[in-house]
Ligand binder design. Structure first.
Ligand code: X5A
Ligand code: ZN
Length: 696
């Protein structure tokens, strides 16, 4: 099951026929630039190609009024002068005689993509379309958009496949107010949008783009707006928004079964519980790339690789069913590179490292805080983490004295950033082997998924013995044999032969094997090694304190341990606690550290189920650029190994099962640790007021 690319060259037909500085950027070259680079990088060839078809009247009618559709249909026969008059009736819109055909193809492409993914013909995909869609409304074109492609696709998924929980992630730099209006009272669609806002002074200048617009009626809490009040937001700001706002909500699930049974005997039926459940069945991305560096509209600083990270983080949701549909993006080079990064991530290639350091700016933290505050009444995980207790300034200042508007950052830097990226594939090519597994049991017993290779190779006997010598537990033959394979695998990862791997060791030798793996990793040239140790695995005493190794212990005994390079928490016993641990601690620290290798060691009594380990591995894989080596006990079940291997390959981890909210103790333990680590690992920050940092 691969990645679908939906396209039709007719979508380059529509273009601006007269002079209009506001609209001229929405040009046919946007599509050709993206497609050309996809071809040059061999990415298009790796996708399942689908030729877009026109959406049917019924499909467009899922979202738009018949009168509006009829009006757009009539534009086909209008003269240029008439088109111009009609266009002027809308905000930032132009019509062309081919607009109707193109807009039907764009909506049709989105529907086809959803069909391909929901029928299982493809795992995920991208629709490369024009005109864009997210600003268009039931009976109005707006902001270059004619039909609301993503809204139509979402409605189609609800009607044809009976989906109840769809997540729409709008990473375009404009607020997709059209999508917001269409689903504002609908709890089956969670709409998340970040957008350039500048306290209401950026197009489309709407009060309802602010964080306190949360949806209406039954849909309250299912509209999530994250307004950026300054230009210049970059990779750290976008990632912080995903880790601290979007992903916690996307994962949150509250059980229906939690109603006390006594309620059944009450005379008056209780009001239905406000059920805020979101564990999406499908992820739609309003994939606008005007949020990338160099874009004249967005004036932001996020680099193209950031979109590979965002895409991969989303792939842990909804069984990996991610459908991206192009929206904006007006800097041709930046657009094309960002599209390539998105497709590469959809194809499961490891994500390129992000140019660091990753430190969210003060203004971004304020925005994140304000949306967490506004959403806290609707989401238990936010309430638990105290989001509601922090008073946050309103992000909209309709009257009063708004802060001065900052001039846009100069975009000259963009050219340098983008051209340096052109060399990327030669610097660190995708390794030929995705996942290698070393186990003493025969490969057939494991029934490994395709793409996962059993590893036969072993380090030379002499070398293995040298590394084993200081450790008594590695003296036995069996342990020595396992160590040889581990060393071979580690070298394969660091040399770029293998992306990730799983190495098994006899349980008594677990700690020693991990110690050797760390030392060998460093001597083999790893600059920054992140070690996530679960269960009873103590940090080796002689570990270098020079900043090259960061140790995160989960569920070990040294809970009191603390330095910015050595932190420990108890293993959470709930799904909610485990998720908070990953999103609120492990990933922010991993992004801050930017490791070139991550060791995930499952020691004795690690307490993880296969699905927990899979989620941890799938998410760590993103900041690690795929380079994750999991160490586990020989006694691990074949099913455990298989699940973990699939996750390392980039497949979505299985559902976490019945959701239990984190306990107060778990939240407290994470909070204590965060306070301690925040001064060094800025990606942990969620509250702007106290801890923010001005970007230099
Ligand atoms: C899809 C999109 C932007 C419209 C900007 C009008 N529209 N100033 O990016
Ligand atoms: Zn846009």
């Amino acid at each position: 099951m691969g990645t679908t690319l939906v396209y039709h060259e007719d979508m380059t037909d529509t273009r601006l026929l007269w002079d209009d500085p506001e609209c001229e950027m929405e040009c046919p070259e946007r599509l050709t630039a993206a497609l050309t680079l996809l071809q040059q990088r061999g990415l298009e060839q790796r996708c399942l190609r689908l030729t877009a078809r026109e959406a049917s009247e019924a499909e467009v009618g899922l979202v738009h009024s018949p009168e509006y559709v009829a009006l757009v249909r009539r534009t086909q026969a209008l003269s240029e002068a008439e088109l111009r008059v009609l266009s002027a009736q809308y905000d930032a819109v132009y019509f062309h005689p081919r607009t109707f055909h193109c807009a039907l193809l764009a909506a049709g492409a989105a529907v086809q993509l959803v069909d391909a993914v929901l029928t299982g013909a493809a795992r995920n995909g991208l629709a490369l379309v024009r005109p864009p869609g997210h600003h268009s409304q039931r009976a109005a074109a707006n902001g270059f958009c004619v039909f609301n492609n993503v809204a139509i696709a979402a409605e189609h998924a609800k009607q044809k496949y009976g989906l109840h929980r769809i997540l729409i992630v709008d990473w375009d730099i404009h607020h997709g107010q059209g999508i917001q209006y269409i689903f504002e009272d609908d709890p089956s669609v969670l709409y998340f949008s970040w957008h350039r806002y500048e306290h209401g002074r950026f197009w489309p200048y709407l009060r309802e783009s602010s964080a306190d617009a949360v949806g209406q009626g039954r849909g309250r809490g299912f509209t999530v707006n994250l307004p950026w009040n300054q230009v210049g937001m970059g990779n750290a700001d976008y990632l912080a928004a995903f880790l601290h706002v979007l992903l916690p909500l996307a994962f949150e699930v509250t059980g229906r079964a939690s109603l006390p049974s006594s309620i059944l005997f009450l005379d008056t039926p209780p009001p239905p519980p406000r059920l805020l459940q979101f564990d999406p069945e499908l992820v739609l991305v309003s994939a606008g790339f005007d949020s990338a560096i160099g874009d004249p509209e967005g004036q932001m600083q996020a680099t193209p690789e950031c979109f590979a990270h965002l895409t991969q983080l989303l792939q842990v949701l909804a069984g990996g069913r991610v459908c991206a549909v192009l929206e904006g993006g007006y800097h041709l080079e930046s657009l094309a590179q960002s599209v390539c990064m998105t497709v590469q991530a959809l194809l499961c290639d490891p994500a390129p490292p992000l140019p660091g350091p990753l430190v969210p700016c003060e203004s971004a933290l304020e925005s994140i805080q304000s949306v967490r505050g506004a959403q806290a009444p609707h989401w238990r995980s936010l309430r638990q983490q105290g989001a509601a207790t922090v008073l946050s300034p309103s992000t909209c200042s309709p009257e009063g004295s708004p802060p001065p508007l900052l001039p846009g950052e100069p975009t000259c830097e963009a050219a340098a950033v983008l051209s340096s990226l052109l060399d990327w594939p030669h610097l660190r090519p995708t390794p030929p082997i995705h996942v290698a597994v070393t186990l003493s049991v025969p490969a057939a017993t494991l029934a490994l998924p395709p793409g996962v290779r059993p590893q036969e190779g072993s380090a030379p006997r002499e070398e293995t013995e040298t590394w084993a010598r200081p450790h008594e537990s590695l003296a036995q033959d069996e342990a020595l044999h396992a160590l040889g394979k581990l060393l071979f695998l580690l070298a394969g990862i660091l040399d770029g032969q293998v992306s990730s791997g799983i190495a098994a060791t006899p349980a008594p030798a677990a700690a020693a094997a991990l110690d050797v793996a760390i030392q060998r990793g460093l001597s083999h040239g790893a600059q920054r090694l992140l070690c996530v140790a679960l269960g009873r695995l103590d940090r080796p005493l002689d570990l270098a304190d020079d900043g090259r190794v960061l140790w995160l212990g989960i569920g070990g005994e040294d809970v009191a341990a603390s330095s910015v390079l050595h932190a420990s928490v108890p293993l959470p016993g709930t799904t909610g606690g485990f998720l908070s641990c990953i999103l609120g601690l492990v990933l922010p620290v991993a992004y801050g550290f930017q490791p070139d290798l991550v060791l995930v060691a499952l020691g004795p009594a690690h307490g993880l189920q296969a699905r927990d380990a899979a989620l941890l591995a799938a998410m760590l894989r993103v900041p690690a650029g795929g380079r994750v080596l999991a160490l586990l006990g020989e006694e691990s079940s074949p099913q455990f190994v298989r699940t973990l291997a699939c996750a390392l390959q980039g497949e979505a981890p299985p559902n976490l099962g019945p959701f239990l909210m984190a306990s107060p103790e778990e939240i407290q333990a994470l909070q204590d640790l965060r306070v301690h680590l925040e001064p060094r690992w800025k990606m942990l920050q969620v509250a702007g007021e106290a801890h923010g940092q001005q970007r230099p």
